[in-house]
Unconditional design. Structure first.
Length: 728
């Protein structure tokens, strides 16, 4: 059985023609030294004389053996080998020992990340000791020659991280393997018959690696879960969740705990809450949403100002701290939104029934009540627990129609809120918020989950209305806890922070956009830079390069995350910001609700260390969920395009690498690769600085952002990969 095949997205050699630029060709003696060191590293405990070493590397002539002897003494002088006795040498493995994380890659480019934050160190497969991706390991750092790449050898596996893999079972003549496209594993997993656990040829399965003997090429595994027949929608969605270690269902005991939660509102539940049941209140959500965790209310204040209520489901009333439901919610940390389904953080009895702010039902909320004047200036605010009754459930499309016409139920209220939201947005942008307004890829699916149409949705006034009031509520609760007076010590809180961009990334982005005729200020104050970014985004709006520029602008930014250390939110231009408005689907919002309740009651600051640990966990789970969501979109895009092989589309180059060009199609935003090997009219060289491939002879250049026409030639669902060729 062969190991994993090369993927089409991996760099490929092109008949040895690739030109080495900017490097001095090594001399014969340097090549000889590298060959000798390689043997020493492979056999660090073996002692060699010059004749034995010469024979191993094929230097059988007298002159060759003499040169080997000279190089051995040279390496000894550099302390890379040790002369134990006259003429007998052994590898000097007494280098530094370090602990850290092992990163395994299917292309053999494994690396070691030191715990002290140093630079990654290359670990050859022969020196990996079969460590798995994410394992905590101890390594021996090799002594190295000046100008060579540092290397290390794994000497001990301290802690195993990942042991399960997802793939397709392949059974043949009594032999079984898991064929996996996991980018961290270059070898398929061997599965003994007695460990198949009912798995059949062609099944998608989750396999646990139980052993990887030193002498074995393939790890040994056991089937722990059968996902179903490969290619079926449920199978593939479950496979994506399993790939990222995310659950697809709740344990039975968690479902039972949800059933046991009472849905009856007793007088004690309502006592002490502000009563908004008679105030005009409604929700606005996507048409297929079932978990309505936020509602808006609107009424005139006695002084003529507008009172806007941002009402958030009081999830922590039902989910008690430390309970089974709470522990499960914390482990998940977030709901996961795949193309065809939602994997909720809380069981549906809570997320879609008890906590969901459904129309016509009395619901308990945690609310931010804001008093705004006609110019949307905030005159007063308060954070209170409430009871509400939603009058109407709007979809975004219905709310947009009401905003545009003023007709229908609550049309006037929606127009008023929209006017206030527009003023809030205008003020936020003037204060330095970045105006990202990206599209969302959507699918129309049939009953079996097959994609019938791919389209993309852009934000409307209805979307921005909800966004502005949620932003304002989140900012208000963060300021309530985070702003202190009189030198008082700040209390521990959960902030949503977004740090300033990496200067190097921002400078690279500015350099790139100059070829489109745009300018970006990368120096000066924070507000000057953000205003420059907004001018750039405005200038690109409606142009062919709009999406590309916005994508690269996002990539130049840091990732937002949760932390108890408040550094502000760069993208929103808020000095204080938190997540309070989505406790049905985000655990940090539940943390914020509990902290608010504690501090509103006069409680002392909670311990910071545990809270920060929870923040880190939630940030990590958020990234995993986002990766799974992207994988499901990619899978459905490839599935959709698999029925369009041979079709021609217009697109834009969205990525440039040494192994090819990524092209995003204008019509449906599907992305595929034009492999460099298929650009057969010339030998193309990768220009990393200018995001380009340039032909050596004809000087034809393909740059990031160029408009191109392609033909769809292949769709690989296992790899979630589309292959294109250029059309002239």
């Amino acid at each position: 059985m062969k190991g994993k095949r090369n993927t089409d997205h991996a760099p490929r050699k092109q008949g040895g023609k690739r030109k080495q630029t900017g490097k001095k060709k090594p001399t014969g003696r340097e090549l000889l030294a590298e060959a000798i060191l390689k043997i020493f590293q492979q056999t660090p405990k073996v002692i060699y004389n010059y004749r034995q070493m010469a024979k191993l590397i094929g230097e059988e002539t007298q002159a060759g053996r003499q040169q080997v002897a000279e190089v051995l003494y040279l390496l000894a002088g550099e302390c890379l080998v040790v002369e134990l006795e006259p003429g007998r040498f052994r590898y000097n493995s007494l280098g530094t020992v370090a602990a850290g994380t092992f990163q395994r890659r299917s292309n053999g480019k494994n690396s070691f990340l030191p715990e002290d934050g140093g630079e990654p160190v290359f670990v050859a497969e022969r020196n990996s000791r079969h460590a798995m991706d994410g394992d905590r390991v101890r390594v021996q750092l090799f002594a190295r020659r000046k100008g060579t790449t540092p290397e290390a050898e794994v000497v001990d596996i301290l802690e195993r991280r990942k042991s399960t893999f997802v793939g397709k079972l392949q059974l043949s003549r009594g032999v079984a393997f898991l064929i996996t496209e996991d980018k961290t594993l270059s070898n398929d997993i061997f599965i003994p018959k007695e460990m198949l656990n009912g798995g059949k040829n062609g099944d998608k399965a989750v396999v646990r690696v139980v052993e990887w003997p030193e002498s074995a090429k393939n790890p040994l595994g056991e089937v722990v879960r059968i996902l179903g027949v490969a290619g079926r929608n449920d199978t593939e969605m479950h496979a994506i969740l399993a790939e990222y270690g995310l659950p697809c269902a709740f344990p039975g005991e968690v479902e039972e705990a949800a059933v046991s939660v009472s849905g009856v509102l007793a007088p004690d539940d309502v006592a002490g809450r502000e009563d908004f049941r008679a105030v005009t209140t409604f929700t606005i959500d996507p048409h297929d949403a079932k978990d309505f965790d936020d509602a808006l209310s609107l009424r005139r204040a006695a002084n003529g100002n507008w009172e806007v209520g941002v009402h958030i489901a009081d999830v922590t009333h039902y989910v008690k701290s430390g309970s089974l439901l709470d522990r499960e919610a914390y482990e998940r940390a977030t709901s996961v939104y795949l193309v065809d389904r939602t994997v909720p953080m809380l069981p549906e009895r809570l997320s879609n029934l008890l906590c969901s702010l459904r129309p016509g039902e009395e619901k308990l909320c945690f609310s931010v009540i804001l008093e705004l004047d006609g110019a949307a200036a905030i005159c007063a605010s308060r954070i209170v627990r409430t009871v509400i009754r939603s009058d109407r459930r709007f979809t975004y499309e219905e709310a947009q129609a009401a905003i545009e016409t003023g007709r229908g139920d609550l049309g006037n209220e929606l127009q008023t809120l929209n006017r206030l939201a527009q003023q809030l947005r205008k003020e936020r942008l003037e204060h330095g918020a970045i105006d990202f307004d990206r599209y969302e890829v959507k699918f129309e699916l049939d009953a079996e989950g097959k994609p019938l149409r791919v389209y993309y949705k852009e934000s409307t006034d209805a979307n921005r209305l909800i966004e502005e009031f949620m932003l304002l509520a989140n900012r208000t609760v963060a300021e309530y806890v985070g702003r202190t007076a009189g030198g008082r010590k700040k209390k521990t809180f959960v902030y949503r922070i977004h740090e300033t961009p990496n200067p190097e990334k921002l400078e690279n982005f500015a350099t790139f956009i100059r070829r489109f005729g745009y300018k970006l200020k990368t120096g000066g104050s924070k507000s000057e830079i953000t205003r420059s970014i907004n001018r750039l985004l405005d200038s690109a709006r409606g142009k062919p390069e709009e999406n590309l520029i916005e994508t690269l602008a996002v990539r130049s930014m840091q990732k937002a995350r949760y932390s108890t250390e408040n550094t502000g939110h760069y993208g929103l231009a808020f000095s204080h910001y938190s997540h309070f408005t989505s406790p049905i689907r985000r655990y940090p919002d539940m943390m914020v609700h509990r902290l608010l309740e504690h501090y509103l009651a006069g409680g002392a600051s909670v311990p910071k260390e545990k809270c920060e640990e929870q923040c880190d966990h939630c940030s990590e789970m958020e990234q995993l969920a986002a990766s799974a969501e992207r994988a499901s979109i990619k899978y459905k895009q490839v599935e959709f395009m698999s029925e369009r092989i041979g079709r021609i589309f217009d697109g834009v180059i969205s990525g440039v690498t040494e192994w090819g060009l990524y092209v995003e199609l204008n019509e449906n935003k599907c992305e595929g690769l034009v492999p460099v090997r298929d650009l057969d009219d010339d030998f193309y060289e990768f220009d990393e600085k200018n995001y380009a491939l340039t032909g050596r002879r004809r000087k034809q250049t393909y740059r990031l952002g160029d408009a191109v026409t392609i033909k769809v030639v292949h769709a690989n669902l296992e790899r979630k990969q589309l292959d294109f060729t250029m059309e002239s």
